[in-house]
Unconditional design. Structure first.
Length: 151
């Protein structure tokens, strides 16, 4: 099982148990940047034995639906709750990636989650990195998990 399979397994488990939402892989993996329109990205940095970033990219509509399901309330606008929820999803996925990449979990540190919101932006690596973008679908629409590790 490669890291992509483990990320898929982790994402499905997190969404099923924490968000109460089933997700499926939706299409082929990508290695190139995806243009993000009216979206939010939750980002976690990895430092130590492995350096890189893990990001969850969601259109605003999907992020609001995921946040509403996560918090058990209706969300009708992009707000601090959405930012916190998407950041927390990135944090949980980052913790799982840390466990996947590290036997004892002590040789990789995670940053605090941050979010990026915008009408149109690209999320590109700053250094040469191995990258996999896994597309997912949920009842509210499509989103992606983006892992970049320095070569």
């Amino acid at each position: 099982m490669d890291i992509s399979d483990k990320i898929i397994e982790s994402a499905k488990e997190i969404f099923a148990t924490m968000v109460m939402m089933e997700i499926t892989v939706n299409g082929h993996f990508r290695e190139d940047s995806i243009p993000l329109t009216d979206s939010i990205s939750g980002v976690i940095g990895l430092a130590g034995t492995y350096k890189g970033v893990l990001a969850v990219h969601m259109p605003s509509k999907v992020a609001m639906a995921v946040t509403g399901s996560f918090l058990g309330m209706e969300i009708n606008e992009m707000n601090a709750d959405v930012e916190d929820a998407v950041g927390e999803l990135a944090n949980m996925l980052g913790g799982n990636v840390k466990s996947i990449l590290s036997d004892n979990g002590r040789d990789i540190d995670l940053s605090l989650p941050s979010t990026i919101i915008g009408k149109q932006y690209d999320f590109q690596p700053t250094r040469e990195a191995e990258r996999v973008i896994i597309p997912f679908a949920c009842p509210a629409g499509e989103f992606a998990i983006d892992l970049q590790l320095e070569k």
